[in-house]
Design a protein around this ligand. Structure first.
Ligand code: NAD
Length: 369
């Protein structure tokens, strides 16, 4: 069992510190009951870092991040910093981490726990047991492509423009992550593009198809992005792993999150490329933001943050068994009828952040007994 892994915890702003606190209980539990010890460091990011050090991701945080084996990120942002100029905003903190750590593959599971199937915007039977993973390229494509801008043409009219651009390597490396993942799951990968109308889409399809040859056990299919959106909103259980560019992955993963109906339950991981020793940078965070409307009230759902930690154990440390234990503990707590306000249903017991966190640890205790 790996021990003394270096973990950097960046709680950030709003509900970030509240939900990260509940993960600390799980970390303590692993130390106490499973003899897995982490060297945990805390760092500053987002508005908290702006207030303390004048930058959303100070150099000290970058040094800690580069030295860490894995990063657990809370969330950043809030009204206090909304009036800052774009370059100084809390959200830039995560962008610096992604860029300088080379985190190019964003993994977003969309999972519907049976006790929560009623929370979906779709009929419960369409989503009950849904378990799909969206792999989104996260450092390239139209959000970063050049040229981009807003300009005035010689005739005095104005235009805005961006560029969708992907290199062979950018596509192949994120495709490999998708294929590896599919190989560990049901062996099916759906690659999404607009090869019918975009040159970059034709190229995406060509490179993904070529990369598929490295993974003979994975069945590859292609789907146009608009059709994929429609299928996700009508028959989401047909998918296992979906591979998409930055733009399409952004839209489709939010759609998949909406289908699950519970923002407070969804974790994510963003991975870099492995180096020659197999070590890779990785950052794990819930998909929700800092929820300023409920921050400080003690009512945030800590499950997405706890499940992000389970992903961290699985992806950064190969601790599949411990990751499953935590996921099962969360499911047991839900089946037992405890709910935070965001996933409340009639007849359930409404609890706050810390009672939910304690309940997860109690289930872990029972399972390990
Ligand atoms: P949000 O995800 O913070 O909140 C949306 C809604 O969901 C709110 O009503 C909130 O109360 C609720 N919610 C979110 N997480 C919850 C949880 N764990 N438990 C219970 N309810 C929860 O999105 P937003 O309101 O659009 O953004 C708020 C701030 O967060 C903004 O400053 C935004 O830029 C930032 N943000 C940060 C990240 C990040 O750190 N990666 C991601 C998204 C948004």
């Amino acid at each position: 069992m790996p021990a003394n892994k270096k973990l950097l915890v960046l709680p950030g702003d709003g509900i970030g510190p509240e939900v990260v606190r509940e993960v600390r209980r799980v970390i303590d539990w692993l130390d106490r009951r499973r003899q897995v010890t982490f060297d945990v460091e805390e760092g500053l990011v987002g508005g908290a870092a702006i207030d303390a050090l004048g930058h959303p991701c100070p150099d000290r945080t970058m040094e800690q991040a580069l030295a860490a084996d894995a990063i657990l990120f809370g969330s950043v942002g809030g009204p206090k910093w909304d009036s800052l100029p774009f370059e100084g905003r809390p959200e830039l903190g995560i962008l610096r981490l992604r860029k300088e750590l080379g985190l190019f593959a964003n993994l977003r599971p969309a999972l519907v726990w049976s006790p929560l199937a009623q929370a979906s915007s779709l009929k419960a039977d369409l989503v009950d047991g849904l378990d799909l993973m969206i792999v989104r390229e996260s450092t390239g494509g139209i959000y970063f492509g050049e040229p981009r801008g807003i300009e005035t043409l010689p005739d005095g009219t104005r235009r805005g423009f961006d560029t969708e651009t992907y290199s062979e390597e950018e596509i192949a490396r994120v495709a490999r992550i998708g294929f590896e993942l599919a190989a560990k799951r049901s062996g099916r990968l759906t690659s999404v593009d607009k090869a019918n109308v975009m040159q970059s889409g034709r190229f995406w399809r060509e490179i993904v198809t070529r990369t598929a040859a490295e993974f003979p056990n994975v069945e590859l299919s292609h789907m146009y992005a608009d059709n994929c959106a429609m299928q996700l909103a009508s028959r989401p259980k047909q998918f296992d792993v979906i591979l998409a560019s930055n733009l399409f992955g952004d839209l489709l993963s939010d759609l998949a999150a909406a289908v699950t109906g519970s923002l407070g339950m969804l974790p994510s991981a963003t991975l870099g490329a492995p180096d020659s020793s197999g070590r890779r940078h990785a950052l794990y965070e819930p998909i929700h933001g800092s929820a300023p409307d409920i921050a400080g009230k003690g009512i945030a759902n800590p499950c997405a943050q706890i499940l992000s930690f389970a992903m961290l154990l699985r992806w950064s440390f190969g601790m599949e068994e411990d990751a499953r234990l935590i996921e099962n503990a969360v499911e047991k707590v839900l089946s037992g009828g405890l709910r935070t306000a965001d996933i409340m249903v009639p007849g359930a017991a409404r609890v706050g952040t810390s009672i939910m966190g304690e309940a997860v640890v109690r289930e872990l205790d029972k399972m390990a007994a």
